[in-house]
Write a protein that binds this ligand. Sequence first.
Ligand code: NDP
Ligand code: CU
Length: 428
Amino acid sequence: CDLKSPAVGILGTGDFSRSLAHRLLACGLRVIVGSRSPDRNADRFPAGVEVSTQRDAAAQAHVLFVALFPDHYSSLAALKGELAGKVLVDVSNGTTLNRSRPSNAEELAALFPESSVVKGFNVLSAWALLNGPRDGSRQVLICSDDFQAKNRVALLARSMGFVPVDMGCLSSARDIENAPLYLFPSWGSPFLCAVCLFFSFYIYNFFRGVLLPYMVNETLPLVSLVMLALVYLPGLLAAGLQLLRGTKYQHFPCGSTVGYVCASSWPPQLLLCSMHALYSLCLLCASSARYKLLNAAFKQVRLGQESSWMEQDVWRMELYLSFGIVALGVLSFASDVVSSGLGYAALSISTLHTLTFGWNRAFDPGQYEFYLPPTFVLAVLLPCIVLLGRLALALPCLSLRLARIRRGWETRLHQVHFRLPDEDMSTV
Ligand SMILES: NC(=O)C1=CN([C@@H]2O[C@H](COP(=O)(O)OP(=O)(O)OC[C@H]3O[C@@H](n4cnc5c(N)ncnc54)[C@H](OP(=O)(O)O)[C@@H]3O)[C@@H](O)[C@H]2O)C=CC1
Ligand SMILES: [Cu+2]
């Protein structure tokens, strides 16, 4: 590292401090670590990192990472003079969700009013820091009341290979500190939705008295299919309502909540579909599959039938398997289900998959137990409504686009028509 370049300071010599020092050094920066007992801790850092007293580090560095637990922030009070005008990066995390108390970063800012406090880097683990931005998330959430200080830390994060995300003023620090405490920040509502749908379909199937293996394996994809259809339903309803009202500036009830749930519903959908694929594969190994095959063979022998090959059944089976596999493949690329056309493609193909699977059963009155249709008839209804609705909305747009293309060609033809005599003249 360049001895003339300004040093980046770290206060504290714990796990976070060591990983951070390692990463900063690897990025070619000069690092000075401030410890209460530098002699004891110096050999825990790689060669090239200067380990000194806290006062020395505070005096030399302009940007200092405070890698201490918040309970120990007050032990730095004696360094107020050295830290005045410096940038202090608060990397601490909370141990419990904080909804009302001031954040650790705000407390640090209150202790050092003459320093600029920036919140950041807490979403990275010491492990992620040590290994660099290859593993896990590359995003670093940053906030501060001092714009220049924030920019400086953002630049530092970028030079370490991370992606800084500006979260605004220091008042956002509480959200940033809470972030690592949520396992899946935006998955709660979609998962709740999936669980509710799962149990509704499960109970429905239970009443219909379908065999146990079929219950789960039919329930999993149906929940996924219905959820995927539900993603588009609010948008279509809103578009239909706008067409009816003739304006797009009127409020759509609960639009933002529904939009939020839908926008992040891809992980549970993919999970359910993958589980369904796995389950279908495993069904072949289930004992029930063996008994069914044996029973069918016995019946065939008793009937004196030489071959039970049924062309139509074979074709349908091949078709629904292919549709299923393609639907899963398309869905795995449609992480942004709401805005991407891939979501519609996955919905159409999985509807085809369900239809080819249960076509015979859907139209066989014997299958309507307790006057209830088989579950997939219900599950196919919603996607069909959504797909037909989308088509109905697309048709006017398509005709408008066609009209625009036709007008374009007419104008072009018109221009050619008027240009021709001139060109004829020039050739003459
Ligand atoms: N570890 C991790 O993966 C992550 C940690 N963080 C945050 O980083 C900060 C540090 O964590 P971590 O490195 O794991 O903690 P450690 O316990 O490993 O290190 C904390 C450091 O604080 C100093 N210290 C300990 N006791 C006192 C005291 N009584 N008074 C003053 N200083 C003291 C010590 O340094 P010395 O003796 O040299 O002065 C010690 O090395 C925490 O706020 C944590 O929330 C954030 C994200 C991930
Ligand atoms: Cu299936």
